[in-house]
Design a protein around this ligand. Sequence first.
Ligand code: ACM
Ligand code: ZN
Length: 765
Amino acid sequence: MKKDLIIIIVLLFIALQLTAQLPLIPYPAHVSIKEGSFQFSNKTKILYDSPLLKSMADASATSWSALKALQIETLAHKNGAVEHSVVLSLNQPYNHELGMEGYQLEILTSHVVISANAPSGIRYGLQTIGQLLDAATDAKISCATIVDFPRFSYRGMHLDVSRHFMPMSQIYKMIDELERHKMNVFHWHLVDDQGWRIEIKKYPKLTDVGAWREDKSDKHWNDRSLSKAGAKTTYGGYYTQEEISSLVAYAAERNITVIPEIEMPAHVMSVLAAYPELSCTGENLGVPPGGVWPITHIYCAGKEETFNFLEDVLTEVMEIFPSSYIHIGGDEADKTEWKKCDKCQQRIKDEGLKDEHELQSYFIHRIEAFLNAHGRKLIGWDEILEGGLAPNATVMSWRGEEGGIAAAKMGHNVIMTPGSHCYFDHYQGDPSVEPLAIGGYTPLSKVYAYEPVPAELTENEAKFVLGAQANHWTEYMPVPEQLEYMAFPRLAAIAEVLWSPRSSRNWESFVYRMPAQFQRYEARGLNASKSAYQVKINAKPAPGKSLEIIFSTELQTSSIRYTLDGTEPVDESLLYTGPFILSETATVKAASFSNGMRQGAVITKTFFLGKTNGAKIKLTPAPNERYAHKGNTALLNGISGTVNHQDEEWLGFSGDNMEALIDLQSSEKISKISVITLHNSSAWIMEPSSATIETSVDGVTYADAGKTIIDKPLKDGRQIIEVNWEGDAKARFVRIKLQNYGPLPKDHPGAGKASWLFVSEIFID
Ligand code: ACM
Ligand code: ZN
């Protein structure tokens, strides 16, 4: 009783604390909520004391007027009446705590004041008021004092427009969103194998040829073979220098630096389709219409022409982009061609280099010297550490945090963007219901939990971590709607990671503030994902060969409804009130509901409860260690894998057959056996070519149980493939042999290589 009371008091305390939160994302550094409120009305004016603030004042007046059906005007202002107004003021002694991006906001009953050292601070203060206002029901906002400034100076978003070209209107839309999320860097990935996207006047073929590829959109990204000579290249696009300059200026006005990325020495097949002489072999392989791996067709590091070309390109790039940083890529260069190229080998000899890694390092050093001579700084992916880091380079750490840690310890600036937390091309919900993505699993809560400063760094070394960045690689984001789906709401999480003080980051508070953020996204016509409302279905073994089923969601939802009969859950379906016991095979379908409306997809999981519960299993050979996850018992835990092959229910066998020997512990009557396998040809996973099932009473003599039936896969699709047997047998031991598909077929990009056999469950009844 006493314990319950304490729990209730604690919960009430938390609830009170949460309701004392303002509906702001990212949350300000210091907030002090006061009595009373300020009422916006037609008397409200935005007053500014510097002409530098006029355009942002005008923009806010327009946006707030539209939001609350008011007529808010703006006015240049020195001294005088401020009643009813929002006063913007740069007129103060420099405030060190605020820096160049911070602001102070005083919301009084009579008027509001935003003061800052620089226009960017005022701009962020206006964004804060905008959020308070759009969450207010009656144009009335609570009195408060807010002192706010960012934790990190680099708060970035990266967008790959090579894999899929995005129209300029979408780039503007993203810039507007970055401003609203108080982010300040747009890293524009303009170059990659599948398309060159920036006009270069000296090399017109870069866009005439390099911006266009054969349309093979009907095939999975990784199933698109290189185009044949003369193929029609109709898919792509590029931005003119004039368009880019306008965008860069628009972003700068919003305190957003645009950093261009001009990839080298790899990820440039689009260039080599236009200027094949810049490669080692001179071969023209065209612009690849889909995935290429490994990337061997790269710039020749032995030819002077390569460097002349790159200096010309970078000269034009620097004219359009005033950013102090120029990103030169540097990632994933396979050195196969360099090893075979006379010119590259001669360069290694002439420069006294040890190997091809040092040749890459030579390449990057040389480009850095060129950029530095023009007053710019080089930034590159963490591969630029290999063979020796260029003296002034900044490292973007993407293959985990190691590269960032190493660079910071060497005294180099670092941007953190590890795949685990910052790759927004990863799934954010259950892959079985999500649009196709590249893989991985980076839900909203995982992004929110990201800490850009690795624990390995000392306080001094940590200063080299300038910030972090969310990356949007677009292999699986062919259209703007899909980009928005992957970006939002995860950008809200990373924005808070980067802006708010470490000490005030709080998941419960973020969850509490998210409904208002979703309303904003909806009002702005953004296709934000509701995946964080999906129900996660988990199971634990329970007594009596049963399972305990547990539901959860990332974001708070008013109710979870479910069914056990295979029908779609609706608002009247069973209400989830806590974990429940399942004692027979069932398909569980569950979804979140709010105000009678479903939020997020329906999640389906089938649990098999049969004679295999408590049975023992031996696998020969053992699964490949990359896909051994939960171990052999995963095959008997009653849970089958989803179509996502990275789902931990799957065991994988590379090139091998699988033999499973199951001991049911006692002799049982058996009438049905199902083995759950997978077909996902783009991940090189193929269904078994044949299957045999044998049974035994004593574990010594086995008899063939008879015919098995294997599902037929649909071409190119990801699909669960069942191997089924039905009959009549009495046995304690069951031996199941699945024959690996064998080498990948002729029309497959990995033709002739070993295929994977994936198995997630064996069901015996
Ligand atoms: C990268 O993801 N290749 C930087
Ligand atoms: Zn070469």
